[in-house]
Design a protein around this ligand. Sequence first.
Ligand code: IMP
Ligand code: MG
Length: 182
Amino acid sequence: MVNDIKKILFDEKILSQSIKKLGKKISEDYKDKNLLMISILKGSIVFMSDLMRSITTHCIIDFMCASSYDGGCKTKGVIKIVKDLDISVCNHDLLIVEDILDSGLTLQSIMNLLKNRNPKSIKICTLLDKPTKRQVDIIPDYRCLEVPDEFIVGYGFDYQERYRNLPFIGVLKQSVYENSAS
Ligand code: IMP
Ligand code: MG
């Protein structure tokens, strides 16, 4: 598995340091609020589990899974909720925890959907930001690290569902895509 990685962008130490710093900031900002952290499945689970443990104020968590309607082509921006929240968002200050803000289409749809349910407030927290790929006007309230326009895997990020379990974030070798059947 590790042999499929061209280069490591962020190792475990950098990830841990930047997430702890972010957790401290969120703890201060939400100390008098009613924080509900919403992890967007599946990519954000590793980030979520580290981030929530670096938050020192009370919070509750829930999960949501959205998928593209158009069978893999993400550019249409129409999403289907595969798994909805269990907890009602009323009276909560929502923090959407996402793996990466790329085109922004997924997050925009999720934001619109959740805003309609009248939470107290709603903000976005993303581990990575790929600003060069943005198609909609969406700016994260919190972000850890910026990435160049390369396909990354590890620390929750997948290629065909694999590599999520790598403890670092790296760039996949091109030969892996080329040799892949689909
Ligand atoms: P969007 O384009 O901002 O809607 O991003 C949709 C989703 O695509 C993200 O939540 C990621 O799960 C996935 N994604 C975007 N860029 C990458 C990447 O470089 N590697 C792996 N998954 C990615
Ligand atoms: Mg995702």
